[in-house]
Write a new protein. Sequence first.
Length: 154
Amino acid sequence: MANKGPVVRKNFLGKGIKFPFGFTQRTGGVYKGTSTEESEDVQHIQQSIRQILDTVIESRVIRRDFGSLLASIVFDPNDVTLDVRLDYIIRRAIETWEPRVIIGPITTDRSEWQDGRLYINISFTIIKINVASNMVFDWFLSPEERKTYVTPGR
């Protein structure tokens, strides 16, 4: 019998519904229609982190403490103290709700802050496979929100 190499286990980092949610056409089986798209492995972890950060605490009916406090600082001044608050809020939320990673440095890019956009680079290590990864979480106000909330000269 020939050795075919190591057996690779699929989905060992997790698999679940894609975030943001997407739908795909299903064919075959008992039900022919649409179903939710799925993600797995590193992509699933990144989507999980995005979901944690995008969810406002107390917005979920069953799990009121799920999410992050990012929405509470949307109108804070865009300065160095914001970096410290962002680091604390993001680190606390991910450490609480995503046990598959260890958070590394969190940095911000203000190159487009005039347009109401802030890029947050989140570095993390996936514990199970000891692989470093990162993601950019773009945090921004839409043009309509900027007109409503951002005053000139700020």
